[in-house]
Design a binder for this molecule. Structure first.
Ligand code: ARG
Ligand code: ZN
Length: 875
């Protein structure tokens, strides 16, 4: 049955303390929970206590020390109801038995490469014991963990360590952990295993000493430095920028190799997918280093936004996720180049969130209804949720934003709260009415802003007509106008920003116009010459911008705009329309041509040494296949898109070969590898140039790419060269694949890149390759990272082959979803969401995608996770 926001009701009972005694064994773990419970004043007298469970095996039950009579309770694997309760507080003792080895869902308590670990968000704690498994039930936890010492010398829990010792006369030992901060069950965690430890210390701004530990499998100790460094920088940054100080004596991070998501912010004991911890130059790319820095920061920042202040219910997920993504984005911006980070984030938003918002899986940042909460850990909740916080900052200005954050921390510390309570803090701190702004949490769909402008020289007046519209989305046909921050400036003919103009027609904060009506007429007076407006600077709102700027205006901005984000955006916009024209030509079998002005603009950005190489690399990157599909919107032919894009790239490469080769050579990095932003920027530029050059006529013999591959002393360069060799099918690509497998065959995270590169090759045999690689010794359907690297990469990163005209890509994915659903429904549901844009395909492909979806939907035994995705896709 669906869960609805309007049905929220506080619990009848509070569980003030939880004391767990967990005796670990691979196939029969015993969990004893001692819960101190009291009926709330608001509860109806005599209401029974109903606890959540999921596949639980109840061993015993006692109330205030006495076993319960058989007619006093009803126990099922998913529910425990207890009747005839005392009026006053009572203690409930529950014993359950678990089989961690058999837990392939990777929710609750499971084993990963021999290590016992847990994942409780969103509803995994109920797979450990019966509980009020909802985020508004806050309790103080004490955890005793016991295991055979030789299997699990390391025993970790939430909070601070209290006690540890051997159990006389046995081969077992134990540890007791206590977390003084009340928390919901989804933040509970424990880990036990034979792990190596890398330690460090941090002194907080208020002078307390915190022990920092990262636990990894033996042999990986050398790959933790970057994660540790990122953690220390995150801790300092949160003190300096948000005034947030860490609140326990220890902070532990554990890396595990089987993990459904990226990482988890359990109080004092973050558990990570090892992909976001382990890094060495030989196995991790610059992107991996940046990802580790961001995820370490994200989970750490949750300590305040998520843990100290948590969510009242799962509809409020964006309260912690959107806000924490915003915070980690700001952290990375401060650590690296702000414009480069902003461009990377906007690319991700447009390639993942915009398609989600435009298809059958569209939902508001704060949904009002769900069937399966695990399917709402989405780009909309995370990435669009972060954009909403960013817009709040743009509308309020930095001072009022900070005052609102401070008030939020002060007022709601220790609570499980809501989006309304969050917004109320900013409303109070700024004195602004945020009622209309709050629609960003309620209305799904990407708004469109249409801007038309005119300049009247005699009147020295520049007028912009700004119109907004919000498209219909599932279950929301009519939309209200939103508050949209439109950061804008006028660029004069000499390339300088016009300042001191008087503006009428909308309220402003700094350079940001508050667009609130369906239509605004914005008038700038005393404008001395025809300007080019630089619109939606820094991507000030997650909208589609349609303006009447000509390609010439855009290329002017690409060369002159003082906002680097908009320089990049302007060039992208011109490239996007060129690619759409090329796609139409490809579909109609007409020759593909590229405007020389676009080629020149790209050439200029390659050679402009005043620009950061990382920024130049982004300027060179053509809009992706999903960007084109989104822009085309309907009757999409992914093969035509792919072909057009490849040909445009080759044409540009041929015309700019000389400049490209010169810059390629100039970007060679002397000296030892460093993952810092400057060095990684040079590699990014050099590698994108390698890609162009290898797809051009001059690169066809593969000499350059092979030399690049052979000379690579780090994973970034090696993987880039391998990608080019395989994706351009250059001579030597097979040897390079073999050499890579030889070198990295025993490093799963490195081999994942080898799987992904092959799965994303845009050729007719890609599907056969994927099928063949599922039998490779390094592949396993049981490991989410492997599944994502091979099958996930094929379904989302190989648009032309997944969407093959004969439907074989769809049929294959449907088959994998069905088989994986039996062991890991969450990962199966993720894979299934690759179908989300099926309705925008051309009719033949659409029919084949629909048939595959219907085949899945027709199965009787689907998990709620996959059922929810296919049902919504088909609605
Ligand atoms: N809270 C985690 C994070 O964003 C994500 C956990 C999601 N887990 C899940 N099973 N849905 O850092
Ligand atoms: Zn998070």
């Amino acid at each position: 049955a669906p869960v609805r926001l309007e049905d929220y009701r506080p619990t009848d009972f509070a569980i003030d303390t939880v004391s767990l005694d967990i005796r670990l064994a691979p196939k029969a773990t015993q969990v004893r929970a001692r819960l101190a419970i009291r009926r709330r004043d608001t509860a109806a007298k005599g209401a029974p206590l109903v606890l959540d469970g999921d596949e639980l095996d109840l061993v015993s039950l006692a109330l205030d020390g006495r076993p319960l009579a058989a007619d006093a309770y009803t126990a099922a694997p998913d529910r425990l109801e207890i009747r005839a309760l005392p009026d006053g507080p009572f203690v409930l003792e529950i014993e359950t038995r678990l089989d961690p080895d058999a837990n392939t869902k990777l929710m609750g308590l499971y084993r990963s490469s021999g290590t016992y670990c847990t994942q409780c968000e969103a509803e995994g704690f109920r797979r450990i014991t019966y509980f009020l498994d909802r985020p508004d039930c806050l309790s103080v936890y004490t955890t005793r963990i016991e295991a055979r010492e030789s299997d699990a010398p390391v025993l970790l829990g939430n909070g601070n360590p209290v006690e540890a010792g051997r159990i006389e006369g046995t081969d077992r030992h134990y540890a007791v952990w206590h977390d003084p901060h009340p928390k919901p069950a989804y933040l509970f965690a424990m880990v036990a295993g034979d792990l190596a430890r890398v330690s460090n210390r941090f002194t907080t701004a208020d002078g307390r000493d915190v022990a920092l530990n990262i636990y990894v499998e033996h042999g990986n100790e050398g790959a933790c430095d970057w994660a540790m460094d990122s953690l220390k920088r995150s801790m300092r940054w949160d003190e300096e920028v948000f005034g947030r100080i860490y609140d326990l004596e220890v902070f532990n991070i554990v890396a595990v190799s089987d993990f459904n998501m990226g990482a988890m912010e359990n109080k004092g004991l973050n558990i990570f997918n090892d992909k976001y911890v382990l890094a060495s130059p030989d196995t991790a790319t610059d992107q991996d280093y940046a990802g580790i820095e961001a995820v370490i920061a994200h989970e750490y920042f949750h300590n305040w936004t998520g843990n100290r202040i948590t969510c009242r219910d799962w509809f409020q997920l964006c309260l912690k996720e959107g806000l924490t993504v915003f915070r980690d984005q700001e952290f990375s911006s401060d650590m690296r180049s702000r414009p480069v980070k902003r461009i990377a984030d906007v690319r991700l938003l447009k390639s993942h969130q915009f398609p989600e918002d435009a298809g059958p899986l569209a939902h508001p940042v704060r949904p009002r209804l769900y069937h399966e909460i695990n399917n709402f850990y989405t780009a909309t909740v995370y990435e669009k949720g972060a954009e909403v916080v960013r817009m709040l900052k743009a509308l309020l200005g930095p001072e009022d934003f900070r005052a609102g954050m401070d008030l939020f921390f002060e007022r709601h510390d220790g609570e499980a709260t809501t989006v309304e309570a969050f917004l109320a803090c900013f409303q109070e701190a700024s004195g602004r009415d945020l009622a209309q702004f709050s629609l960003w949490y309620e209305q799904a769909g990407t708004p469109t802003l249409t801007v038309d402008s005119k300049y009247e020289p005699e009147a020295r007046r520049f007028t912009m007509t700004v119109r907004q519209s919000v498209p219909p989305t599932p279950k929301q046909s009519a939309k209200k106008p939103m508050t949209i921050p439109l950061k804008a400036a006028l660029i004069g003919p000499d390339g300088t920003e016009m300042t001191g103009l008087s503006v009428a027609g909308a309220e402003m904060t700094g350079d940001t116009l508050h667009i609130r009506n369906p239509s605004h007429m914005i008038v700038f007076s005393d404008v001395p010459a025809r300007p080019v407006p630089s619109l939606l600077r820094e991507f000030s709102a997650p909208v589609h911008l349609k303006s009447d700027l000509s390609d010439a205006d855009l290329l002017f901005l690409a060369a002159r705009d003082t906002d680097p984000f908009n320089r990049w955006q302007a060039l992208q916009s011109v490239a996007l329309s060129a690619l759409i024209k090329a796609t139409q030509a490809a579909a109609g079998q007409r020759p593909i041509t590229v405007d020389p002005e676009l080629v020149d603009a790209i050439g200029a950005s390659i050679a402009d040494d005043s620009l950061d190489p990382a920024f130049r690399a982004l300027c060179l990157q053509l809009p992706g296949e999903t960007d084109l599909a989104r822009e085309i919107g309907k009757d999409v032919d992914p093969e035509a898109i792919c072909q057009a894009r490849r040909q445009v790239r080759a044409t540009i490469a041929d015309r700019l070969a000389e400049t490209m080769l010169a810059t390629y050579t100039a970007m060679t990095s002397p000296g030892p590898f460093s993952p810092d932003a400057a060095a990684s920027g040079r590699r990014a530029l050099r590698n994108v140039l390698l890609e162009y050059l290898s797809h051009g006529t001059g690169g066809q013999d593969g000499t350059l790419a092979r030399a690049h591959f052979d000379a690579a002393d780090n994973m970034t360069d090696r993987a880039a060269a391998l990608g080019v060799l395989v994706h351009a099918r250059l001579p030597g690509h097979e040897e390079a694949l073999a050499a890579f497998a030889d070198r990295h065959g025993h490093t799963p995270l490195a081999l994942d890149k080898w799987f992904t590169i092959q799965a994303t090759a845009p050729f007719g045999d890609a599907l056969d390759t994927v099928k063949r690689l599922t039998t490779h010794a390094g592949f396993s359907m049981g490991n989410p990272n492997r599944v994502r690297a091979l099958i996930g990469a094929f379904a989302t990163g190989n648009q032309s082959q997944f969407n093959r005209a004969d439907g074989a890509g769809f049929d294959y994915l449907a088959e994998v979803v069905l088989s994986l659903d039996k062991t890991n429904p969450q990962v199966a549901a993720r894979l299934a969401s690759a179908f989300r844009s099926w309705r925008s395909l051309e009719p033949e492909r659409q029919a084949r995608a629909e048939a595959a979806l219907r085949h899945v939907a027709a199965m009787a035994e689907l998990s709620p996770d996959v059922r929810d995705i296919v049902d919504r896709c088909l609605q």
